[in-house]
Unconditional design. Structure first.
Ligand code: SF4
Length: 236
């Protein structure tokens, strides 16, 4: 059984959550910008095709939570995989969520999953967060992920049918226009987290994008957080 799968993320990931757990060994969504294979020093095709629950993940999470004094903490699912890999059995995600909730802690989900990402909404409450990625990426950038419209549908169901907090992760930003167009209209999003594209060069004027996104958030009364990298570009 693995030891302590819940961990404290480092560096930029800390801006999202101060505890996290990765449930699967890989992810089938095949995002072109995915940095995880390089972190694990694995070939992308291996990471994207080898998708199964990490051995003993649910029991390991239960054991770690029982030994901890965490209460009321928020735990991110997931940084290094997607908690709802499309086409795969996601019972392990349900088991991890149940363990976290039973221990008196909460979850912050981030997924590019399809409608099956709604399967565990019945376990969540007003202390939990459900989020999706909205990056302006096209199907060629995220060929295995759910269509962005489906992701926003999932957000709407989480908020309006289940009373779960919702958030939008705008990172990496592939097409700023998609975010600028979404901010005024997406009323089902409780918090916007807006960043930039860090893993490759682009011709995007980050300062202009950040200022426009912030102005729109303020104009439309959106709760938002500008990630440090983007904030630096805006101030630079
Ligand atoms: S959803 Fe996340 S983990 Fe999966 S391929 Fe895309 S970036 Fe990588």
């Amino acid at each position: 059984m693995m030891k302590n799968p819940i961990y404290e993320p480092r560096a930029r990931a800390l801006e999202y959550c101060d505890l996290a757990v990765n449930i699967y060994t890989g992810c089938p969504h095949r995002c072109e910008y995915c940095y995880v294979p390089s972190v694990f020093r694995r070939k992308p095709e291996v990471f994207h095709s080898n998708v199964e629950p990490r051995p003993g993940i649910v029991e390991s999470v239960k054991r770690q939570l029982a030994a901890s004094d965490w209460r009321g903490r928020k735990i991110m699912l997931c940084f290094m995989c997607d908690p709802y890999p499309i086409g795969f059995d996601t019972s392990a995600t349900r088991g991890v969520i149940m363990a976290i909730k039973e221990s008196g802690n909460h979850v912050q989900i981030l997924t590019k999953g399809d409608e099956t990402a709604q399967r565990d909404f019945d376990l969540l409450d007003e202390n939990d967060w459900f989020g999706v990625t909205w990056s302006g990426a096209g199907p060629e950038d995220e060929p295995g992920a759910a269509h962005p419209k489906q992701r926003y549908l999932n957000i709407g169901v989480a908020k309006h049918k289940f009373g779960i907090n919702t958030w939008m992760s705008c990172e990496p930003v592939i097409d700023p226009t998609a975010i600028i167009e979404a901010i005024p209209h997406f009323n089902s999003v409780d918090v916007w987290k807006i960043g930039k594209l860090n893993h490759r060069k682009s011709g995007i004027d980050w300062a202009a994008f950040g200022r426009q996104a912030e102005e729109l958030c303020q104009k439309h009364g959106r709760n938002y957080y500008i990630k440090e990298d983007l904030r630096k570009a805006m101030e630079g």
